[in-house]
Each structure stands twice: as structure tokens, then as C-alpha cells.
Write a protein that binds this ligand. Sequence first.
Ligand code: SF4
Ligand code: SF4
Length: 360
Amino acid sequence: MGTHMPPDRPESTVVHEGFFDEDYRARYILAVEELGHLLEEIAGERSLFAPVGDSFRRIEALESISQDGVRALFGPKKVFFPDYQEIFRFDARGRVEDALKPEKRAIFGARACDVRALGMLDRYFGEMDEPFYKTARENTLVVGLTCTESMPSCFCTQFGGLSDAGLDYDIWLTPLNDGFLAESGSEEGKRILASLSLPEADEEHLRAKEELIKRVEESMDWKPIPDELIFSSMRDGLEHPVWKEIAERCFACGKCNMICPTCHCYDVRDETDLYGNGKRVRVWDACHLFRYGLVAGDHNFRGKRLARAQYRVYDKFYYPVERYGRFACTGCGRCLDVCNADIDLRDILKRITGGTAHGE
Ligand code: SF4
Ligand code: SF4
């Protein structure tokens, strides 16, 4: 199931679009014991980030990296768009110091849904030509990893599934019986893999990858809905009873925003001391929170919970289609996992497109 909608929509200026090129494609077999060499090669000149427990973290010791076969609870969004980002410092004399400091980095273990989400952040931040995100993205090597199992909340088959086709990465690893299929997707990825003197992969390894993807995708409890039906149902469904139902249950806590790999709203604040020195910082914001729509004069343009709950879903399945020609959801299921009100995006999609939700 594709993520593209009917093409009469303008494409925005994007970071890294068109980066992938078949000329950069090389395929090797990486034995399990060679993985450490690959990571050392990558980390040699870069700070390495990878899943540790429930989150992507800066890696000090390779042994701390999680061995899970599925995505982490928190994706790698923070590596590119931190929840608290210093923009510049200033002092009482008016001196200003820019906080933009490029750092060579690599992320290891990003799943297809994680890399697909980065493609969406590329669109949002690329449209603004935003320097912090752009610098982080341009200086970060992306090493993807095919999932070997799914979680009950995964429904990425709606948005492209486990396939790395069309994704923007440097190296893609797929666990096979006796090691990994290692594929390059950029000039740098190709150089790194070539430096390891690995045996080349063959058709059988590619077939094994396809079989793994098929098995994991079939393990998901989700039957994809046609993209056009989702879009048209959103367009015509503003008054659907599902919105009132979820608004009555939603706590407006914003957890689903914070965990979402494509949510990208932020607030900008100045933090100062008593002497007039301070810093300007960017912090994550969430459209579910009451104060999100609060503006001067105490007016709140989305003061009702129903409006906020509805907006978040429209900002995944309607507005991004109008702006970029694609959905802004990857089906990672993270918002389902963290919601204390058991609000399940899959149920909303089923209800609004005329199906029935789980348990109905
Ligand atoms: S996590 Fe659940 S309860 Fe909290 S804002 Fe999101 S939908 Fe509402
Ligand atoms: S809306 Fe939910 S399922 Fe979709 S990308 Fe965000 S966290 Fe994942």
C-alpha cells in the first residue's frame, strides 16, 4: 500500500529528497561477528546513537545496544530534533553566541517506520529551511534494520510496511539465518561496506529478505484500507460521531504527540537570569495540550478537547496529503502503546472509513 495520494498536490522543497541512487547500491553478507567491526567503523569518526532499552541513546559501549527484533518505544527523532534545543546564548551586554554546532553522528537500528518518519520531518523542516534539523540530518549516517517480529500495535503495512524501498538511508541491514544482508544506499554507505571486505550477497539472500518481510507483515493485525478511502473519509467526516467519542475519553495529556516520530511542533522561549544573561531554547509542544492554541487576549483557537483530538488525526491523514501528497503516519503504533485512554488510531481509521473498531 503506497503512501502517495493522487498527484495534483504541490511537492515541497525537501531535505535529502532524491538522495537514494541505485549507483550507490552494493549488497554484501555480514557475519554476526562482523557486526562489531561495522559499528566500530561507523563510530570511529562519529557519535553513535542506537536503541538502549526503550529509547535511542548515545552509545558508550556497543554491548549496551538492544538486541530487540522490533522498534524501540521512542524512535530516533530526538537525534535530529531534540526535545530541548538551545538556539543561542546572550548576555546583558548584547553579545550573542550561536548554539549551532555540527557533530558527525550515526544512528544504528532505525526501523523502516523510523526512516519513513524522517522523510516526513525532512518535508516539515525542509519547507522552513530550518538550520538545526538540516545540519543534524546532513551530518548523520543512517543505518536501518529490518524488523524480525512485530508488536501488537504495529500497522505499518498501511504505509509501506517493512520494505526499505524508497527510503533515505546509508546502510540497511536485514538479519538472516547466519548474519545480515548489508545493503548500501549512499556513497558513504557503499564506501563503509566496501572497506570491510565482505562476501557479496546473491539472489538467495534477497529472497530470504523478502520472505522475512512477508512473514513479519503477515503477523500484523491490520488489513490495509485504500489510501483514497482514508483521505475522502477524512474530508467528508468532520461530523462523524467518532470524534465526540474519542474527545470524551481523551485526557489531553499530549503523550501521543510526544512519542510520535512525525509530530514536530515546538515552542520557543527565552530563559534568563536576574542579570539579563540567558538563552533562547526550542522545546517540543503538543497540539493536544490546552495552551497550544492559546494566543493574546486569552483567546484559544482550539480550546475544546474535541477540536484538538480531531486536529491531531487530521494532521496525520488529511492536511499532510494536501500539503505534501502523503500521510504523516507511519503505522509505528507508538501512540497506541502510550495512550492511557486506550485511544487506538486503527479504530478511528476503521470507524471513519465505514468499518468496525476492535471488539465491535
Ligand atoms: S495519549 Fe491518549 S489521552 Fe493522551 S492526548 Fe493522546 S489520545 Fe489523548
Ligand atoms: S500517529 Fe501514532 S502510529 Fe502514526 S506515526 Fe505517529 S505515533 Fe506512529
